[in-house]
Design a binder for this molecule. Sequence first.
Ligand SMILES: [Zn+2]
Length: 274
Amino acid sequence: MILDVELNARLRDPTIAVRVAACIALARSGQPDAVDILIYALADWSSDVRRVACAGLGELGDRRAMEPLIKRTSDSLKQVRQAACSALGKSGDLRAVEPLIRRLDDTHVIVREAAKNALAGIMEWWQPDLGTLLCSRCLTKFEIRWTRTKAGERMAYLGCSYCSSASFGVDCSRLTAVLDSSWQSDCLLSDETLKVNWLLRQDWLGFDEVEILQAKREEVQKFLGRLKSDPDQLQKCKRIRCIVGPRLKMQDDLLRVVHSFFGRVEQTGFEDTV
Ligand SMILES: [Zn+2]
């Protein structure tokens, strides 16, 4: 930690070259605080320091640096914008896609080139997993999309097939519809499974598994009614599992109907109930 204290002090040195050297040393140090200190250095009055801080954060690849780096893509100095674009390209983070697309029309060629290479880097990063990339906002698969720069050049990027944005991209191989009235969130990604709160997304089908944990009879009936309206999903349900949770007081007649919809119904955790 002595190293950090020293470097931290050097980042406040009045000489630009000292602060630049401190940023480089911090990025190489691998110290846990390096990311926070380099993010702080992104606001330095010297564009040299901001540029080197961008490059250092690109090397460290920490997700905390994403938003500060995205902000630097609008820096007043072209060299900083260039370094921020390059750092974002190394991150592979899909949140960087839209800010990079905006920089494809930068007034300076070095920034445009950096944005182009960064977009290509993110494409390369994700292409092997394209099949499992999904927009958590639209619950729609990602695809290769195209944008056209003001100069007329076409550039490929990965984005949602519905809203075209990349910002809500998640890598998930499984989708679970959850009926749980005590759950406030829209969705949750865990172990490559995206759990979607069906009570908040009642138009959506397309899941690979169902969990009915806490829901009113009318809500379960509405869910089953929605399933009936989609023959493809209804057919798919014969092959998938429905988990019925311990807190659910489902009457036998409704439980029988649920059984008739799904290939497998598992009632879990009843030993925990009073
Ligand atoms: Zn979308």
